[in-house]
Design a protein. Structure first.
Length: 58
């Protein structure tokens, strides 16, 4: 999983701050809202990144 936004390079601390598309393009909440939840790379829907398993670090 990417640790920063592809658009503004903002660090993404955990799953609560990251949005991804089906191809795992990764954006912060602010950039996601600016592009209206549509991935600029592939036109897929951007959704909140799922939480990793409890025993796995990001």
């Amino acid at each position: 999983m990417r640790k920063s936004c592809e658009r503004c390079n903002k660090a993404l601390k955990d799953h609560l701050y990251a949005y991804i598309c089906v191809h795992e393009c990764t954006y912060c909440k602010e950039c996601t809202s600016q592009v209206k939840n549509i991935c600029p790379n592939c036109s897929g829907e951007l959704v909140r990144r799922p939480r990793p398993p409890m025993n796995q670090q990001i």
